[in-house]
Structure formats: structure tokens, C-alpha cells
Write a new protein. Structure first.
Ligand SMILES: [Zn+2]
Length: 576
């Protein structure tokens, strides 16, 4: 059975031989320990991990990674229920295995079942043959001397249960790192934060709203040319929006992409996300009151990078505390009422920044919108041929975008009523795969081991009030000049500094979308689910070239919450 486990996640003959060989070797070694009751119990406890391993390999096609362990540590009952429900067949098939594992744990204590030494030796010999075969193939495929010890090391890290043990070690190391960094963060401040035109009279009040979307893909917005009218309310005010059409996120999962957007951390130096305060700290130093209103749970048991950012605000509120949610998450419309309440509480001359964190288009899509937004059905407006079940999910996804459009327009309309200096930026934390290769593609979701452009191409737009435009006429042409440039979401940090009229010592102004000398990135850096840095070369237009992280460097994975990512190598091996 363990051999089948390994087979599910591997690709080439060499990898299969190596993984199965290592698994057989580990199993025969483990069986030698069977004569001791405590060891037997410990081994059977490990069987409890088998359903988890099988689930991840069946659904995401890869071994357990630090990102998976971190997500399990940070997830909620609601999210787990939705994920298992979304892959109900796999989940159902794994129930007997989980039951068997629980039984084995109890049975192992009373059983007397030493395994014959001779059988272990035979199994060990089979393992040696398979591993040798894999290494011979690897040597044959390589032009130069292959790094055989590196191949075995990488193979071990992708083999059950080493993958889980390795990921746990990385995550625990990461938590130790982050707790040390948090102490440094508490004492961190940005240098010389002040208003650019501090001597000029300031309009009152000033309100800026930053809407953090979730799993929304640009390709499914009619604002960006999608054939279905998914964003009609924003389309209607298109002339009032500055729509950026080549923005990519710097990660494919929320826990990495939001820190990369709201702190000075980069994919090459993610540790900054935990050692420095975020843009919220900077805004507060600049005199703004900042409020974080979330429709995503607190992730509260561990202070991960997102909750650390949220808790920098003057106030932070989360959906599980709302009486109507009974501990769960409701539709994003609850953000509207809470936003209005926050505005009502603010003083007349307040200078405030409000972050609204949506649930957006996160799976399960069906749970993201009320019945009256069930607009897209059947195959109407489908852009490609899909199976019935795929089309059903695309329809639900598009309905969630349609609901997001409603929420965004409601917030903009509310800001219009203020007749004050106001601005709004919307972006999605990352995008989503949605059967992009047609009927044979069963991939949907985000956070796959291999980064796809469909997971990072996000919507991003800015709305500015009439008063803001009148007070800053020079800024609008600058934004419009950059609207079609390649942009990494990382640019948001300096863009927010300019939006709110602040500056500070040591800023990198050329990454701001307000900058006359904005410099588009040559490479788009992305952290994958395992916190490995992957680069995409960006040419003019849409020519993308994926850059695969070097296998060895990738295996020495980065702490999920600390340290820098490995250098990315192009497929020809040239460092970049
Ligand atoms: Zn997300």
C-alpha cells in the first residue's frame, strides 16, 4: 500500500523507482522494529497520516510540503469541511483507511507479531535494487556526473512519511523563527514618516479603502473582457476607474501573498514580512487611524503573518465574532454593514484607512453568494468546451465574481456620498486555476506545487474621488501611464504610501504605480505553496517563460515563515 502511495505522486520511471524503492526500504527497516511493542505502537500511529498523504497526492499531485502543514495548522473547521466536501469521492474512499489506522493503533498494543528477520532482509534487498536502478537511470539521463546523493536526498524528502516529518521540522523551525522575529517587529518603526505637503491645508475628512479580494481571476471579469457579464456594475463606471491589466500576485496562497503585498517583503526575502511592520504600521505612524474588517477567520491560534498584519491596525474585527455567523463565515455583504458602522463611528474630520478582507471567490464557490446572484447557468457564454461538472463549478465561480462586483460597487457608491478626498484600491490576493486546459483538465483551485499563470493573474484597479482628483491633478496621468505595464502586487506597498500622501526615508519610489519613473519588473517572482521562489520572465505583451526552481535548492526548502527562497534557475540551468 505504501508503494501505491508513492506511485500516485510521481511522474517518471526514475522517480517512481526511487520513491517506491525508498518506501520499501523504509518499510522493511520499520518492520524490524516490530518486535518492540512501543515501536509497534509508534509505527501504527504513523498510519493516521496515510489518509492525509493520499488525499494530497490524489488532489494536488505532490508530496506533503511545509505549506500544507502550515495550512493545516492555520485552517478552520469550516475550511476543512469545504475542502473535503469539494473532493467528496476521495474523502469518502479514505474513510475506511482512517478507521483502519485508528484500529491498528489500538490493536498494536496487544498484538504479538514480530516480523521475520529474513523477510526484512529480502525486502531490503528489493529496495536496494530499485534505488540502484533509479540512480543508474538518473546517471544515464545526465550529460555530466549527476549529483546522486542529492537525488537520493530529494527522493527521501518526497517519500512518505519522510515528507511529513521534513515538513513538520520546517514548520516548527519557522514558528521558532517567527516568534523571534515578532519580538523584533514589535520594536520596529519606519524612519521619518511624514506627509509630503505637510505645510498645505489638508481636506477633511480623508478616507482610503483597500479591498483585499480572494482567489479572483482576472480572466473571469468582464471588466477585463470576459465574455460573460460578471462585473456589470464596475463596467458601468469603467471611465472612473484606473484599471491595471497586467498585475500578477507574488504568491499562490493567501498566507504568503498578503504579506508580500502589504509589507516590504519580497519573494527573495520573505523574512522581512515577520521582522518589519506592514504598511498599516507606516500609515499609523503617518497619522492615519487604520481599521481591518475581515470576512476571513482570525487564523487566531497561531499569530501567522496575516493576523500579525491585521492586529497592527487600531481596530481589527473578524467574522467568527459576528452573532449572525454562529462561529463561521457569511457572505461578503456583512462587510458593507461593518464598513458603514466604522464610518459612522469616525469623527467628522477623520483621516482613516479601512482594509476590507473578502472571502471573494474562495472555494466552495457556491457558498460565496446569495441565491439572487445565481446568474450564470448551463453552458451559456462558456468560453471553451467543458464537462457538465466542470461547467457547474465555472458557473458558481462566475456567480461569486458577480457578487464581488456588487460589493465593490456598493463601497464605491458609499465613498461617492462622502464628497471628500477618498480613494479605493481593489486587488485579489492571487487568482485561481479553473480547468484552463479544457475537458481533460480536472485542476481547479490554487496553491499547486507547480505555479501556473492562471493562479497569479489578478484584477487590480484604483478609484479616486472627485475631490482627490482635484487636489492631485498631476497624479492621475501618471497612474494612467502605468495602467498597461507589467506590475507585481508587491508594488502595492509604495503605491499606498503615495495614495495617502506620505513619504519616509529609504523608500523605493520607482515601484509605486504613482511614479513617473515606474520601473516594470523584468521577472515576476512568485512563492509557490512550499515557499519556493519561482520566476517568470516577462516580455512585452503576454510572452511568459516559466522558470523552474533547481530541484536541489527547492528541496532545501525555505522555512514556511522565514528565510529567503532559493535562487531560481532557468530550464537551461543559467542562474538569474
Ligand atoms: Zn487567498
Amino acid at each position: 500500500m505504501l508503494g501505491c502511495l508513492a506511485l500516485l505522486g510521481t511522474i517518471s520511471l526514475q522517480e517512481e523507482l526511487l520513491t517506491v524503492g525508498l518506501t520499501v526500504g523504509l518499510t522493511s527497516g520499520a518492520l524490524l522494529l516490530y518486535r518492540w511493542r512501543l515501536m509497534r505502537l509508534a509505527l501504527h500511529m504513523m498510519l493516521l497520516c496515510v489518509p492525509l498523504e493520499l488525499f494530497y497526492r490524489a488532489v494536488y499531485r505532490g508530496p506533503i510540503s511545509p505549506g500544507v502543514i502550515l495550512s493545516i495548522a492555520e485552517t478552520s473547521l469550516r475550511e476543512t469541511r469545504e475542502l473535503l466536501g469539494g473532493h467528496s469521492l476521495v474523502s469518502f474512499l479514505l474513510i475506511p483507511l482512517a478507521a483502519l489506522a485508528v484500529y491498528a493503533v489500538f490493536a498494536s498494543w496487544v498484538a504479538e507479531n514480530p516480523f521475520a528477520l529474513r523477510r526484512c532482509v529480502v525486502a531490503g534487498a528489493v529496495a536496494v535494487v530499485m534505488i540502484t536502478g533509479a540512480l543508474v537511470i538518473a546517471r544515464g539521463q545526465s550529460d555530466s556526473r549527476a549529483d546522486l546523493s542529492g537525488i537520493v536526498k530529494d527522493g527521501l524528502k518526497a517519500t512518505f512519511p519522510i515528507d511529513i516529518a521534513h515538513s513538520l521540522q520546517v514548520v516548527v523551525g519557522g514558528f521558532i523563527h517567527i516568534h523571534r522575529a515578532l519580538a523584533a517587529r514589535a520594536n520596529f518603526s519606519f524612519q521619518n514618516v511624514h506627509m509630503v505637503n505637510a505645510d498645505q491645508p489638508r481636506a477633511s475628512p480623508e478616507i482610503y479603502v483597500i479591498i483585499v479580494g480572494e482567489a479572483s481571476r482576472r480572466a473571469d471579469w468582464s471588466l477585463y473582457g470576459y465574455g460573460r457579464s460578471t462585473t456589470p456594475r464596475l463596467d458601468a463606471i469603467r471611465h472612473d476607474l484606473i484599471v491595471f491589466d497586467r498585475v500578477t500576485s507574488n504568491a499562490t496562497v493567501t498566507i504568503f501573498s498578503i504579506p508580500l503585498a502589504l509589507t516590504r517583503a519580497t519573494a527573495a526575502n520573505f523574512g522581512t514580512a515577520s521582522s518589519e511592520k506592514s504598511i498599516i504600521g507606516l500609515l499609523r505612524q503617518g497619522g492615519y487611524a487604520v481599521h481591518w474588517i475581515s470576512n476571513q477567520e482570525h487564523y487566531g491560534r497561531n499569530q501567522n503573518p496575516i493576523s500579525a498584519i491585521a492586529l497592527e491596525a487600531n481596530t481589527a474585527s473578524f467574522p467568527e465574532h459576528l452573532p449572525e455567523n454562529s462561529g463561521g463565515v457569511g457572505f461578503d455583504s456583512n462587510l458593507l454593514k461593518r464598513f458603514n458602522d466604522e464610518l459612522a463611528r469616525s469623527a467628522d474630520n477623520a483621516k482613516i484607512v479601512v482594509f476590507l478582507h473578502m472571502m471573494g471567490s474562495h472555494f466552495r464557490y457556491l457558498d460565496r453568494y446569495p441565491a439572487e446572484f445565481d446568474k450564470f447557468r448551463g453552458f451559456d457564454g462558456a468560453r471553451r468546451k467543458l464537462q457538465q461538472w466542470q461547467m457547474q463549478l465555472v458557473n458558481e465561480y462566475d456567480n461569486s465574481v458577480y457578487f464581488t462586483d456588487y460589493i465593490l460597487r456598493e463601497v464605491i457608491d458609499r465613498l461617492m456620498m462622502c464628497r471628500c478626498k477618498a480613494g479605493l484600491i481593489y486587488f485579489s490576493d492571487h487568482a485561481e486555476r479553473l480547468f484552463d486546459n479544457g475537458m481533460s483538465d480536472d485542476g481547479f483551485g490554487h496553491g499547486f506545487p507547480t505555479v501556473s499563470r492562471h493562479e497569479i493573474e489578478i484584477p487590480f484597479f484604483i478609484w479616486l474621488s472627485r475631490s482627490y482628483r482635484d487636489a492631485n491633478p498631476e497624479l492621475i496621468p501618471r497612474l494612467e501611464a502605468n495602467a498597461h505595464a507589467a506590475v507585481e502586487l508587491h508594488s502595492l506597498f509604495e503605491t499606498l504610501v503615495d495614495l495617502t500622501g506620505l513619504t519616509y526615508d529609504g523608500r523605493i519610489a520607482a515601484t509605486s504605480l504613482f511614479s513617473e519613473s515606474y520601473r516594470p519588473p523584468r521577472n515576476l517572482d512568485v512563492l509557490n505553496m512550499s515557499a519556493q521562489r519561482v520566476s517568470f520572465a516577462v516580455e512585452d505583451g503576454d510572452a511568459w517563460q516559466a522558470c523552474i526552481p533547481a530541484q536541489k535548492a527547492a528541496a532545501d526548502a525555505v522555512s514556511a515563515v522565514g528565510a529567503s527562497g532559493p535562487a531560481c534557475l532557468q530550464t537551461n540551468g543559467a542562474p538569474r
